[in-house]
Design a protein around this ligand. Structure first.
Ligand SMILES: Cc1cc2nc3c(=O)[nH]c(=O)nc-3n(C[C@H](O)[C@H](O)[C@H](O)COP(=O)(O)O)c2cc1C
Length: 225
């Protein structure tokens, strides 16, 4: 099993950085091949909205995203950690997320991967946004293994023993979900099916040139029939 831990908080000494390190170390102890990437350490430019990726699968920007996308395609599972900032995911996580929306999200390239989302807020807010975005649920439809939402105070320190246990328990479940290939729940299956229907009927219709690469990948999956 291969996993990628993505830390979306730029703060090196905070809860997110420590939680991401706990995730990496615990997964490694379970014989998972795991990498930890701090998104703030990468050169990630803003998506310019050229939509070239929809047609060709390739991005027009030249920075660290190509290598990261290649790594994301290779793994079975993600652990995404994001701090809540202004009631939402951090700016650096959002920038990364925009860059993969049409490249990995629309082609449903990650639909069979499992994700554990971990979010941390000072006092309150951001839970739903974190579940959707850090859980790669939104347009990616990865299989959400779990979502942990912590309140760490301001400034937040590293997880304590009880929080660490919650994280390692959720990681064990993630490993189990990958090994058993746990499928989607009923509600998730229904929303996934509705999403596919809308895309096929309304978004792709008459615009196959614009969505050429996405449509090609959906055809390969048998989703266009
Ligand atoms: C710019 C900024 C905005 C923040 N916005 C919120 C917020 O809306 N609500 C909240 O409770 N905490 C907020 N916080 C506090 C962080 O969520 C808190 O410090 C948390 O521990 C962050 O995790 P980290 O230490 O891993 O970065 C904010 C922090 C920063 C730096």
């Amino acid at each position: 099993m291969k996993a990628l831990v993505l830390n979306g908080s730029p703060r090196k000494t905070g809860f997110s950085a420590a939680a991401a390190a706990i995730a990496r170390d615990h997964l490694a102890s379970r014989q998972v091949e795991v990498d930890l990437v701090a998104l703030a350490d990468l050169a990630i430019r803003d998506c310019v909205g050229c939509f070239q990726c929809l047609r060709t699968g390739r991005c027009s920007l030249d920075d660290d995203m190509d290598a990261l996308v290649a790594r994301m395609r290779q793994v079975d599972a993600f652990v995404v950690v994001s701090a809540v900032r202004n009631g939402d995911v951090s700016a650096c996580y959002k920038r990364f997320y925009e860059r993969i929306t049409y490249r990995l999200g629309f082609p449903l390239a990650l639909e069979d991967r499992h994700t554990l989302a971990i979010s941390v807020v000072g006092y309150m807010g951001g839970k739903a946004a974190s579940r959707r975005f850090a859980g790669l649920q939104d347009v990616f439809h990865t299989r959400l293994s779990g979502h942990l939402h912590f309140a760490a105070g301001i400034p937040g320190g590293p997880p304590g023993p009880r929080e660490t246990t919650r994280i390692t328990t959720a990681l064990d479940r993630l490993v189990q979900d990958v090994h058993t290939r746990r499928g989607r729940g009923l509600a998730d299956r229904a929303s996934f099916a509705v999403d596919r229907l809308i895309m096929r009927r309304f978004v792709f219709r008459g615009r196959e040139d614009v969505y050429a690469d996405v449509v090609r990948q959906w055809r390969e999956k048998g989703y266009m029939d």
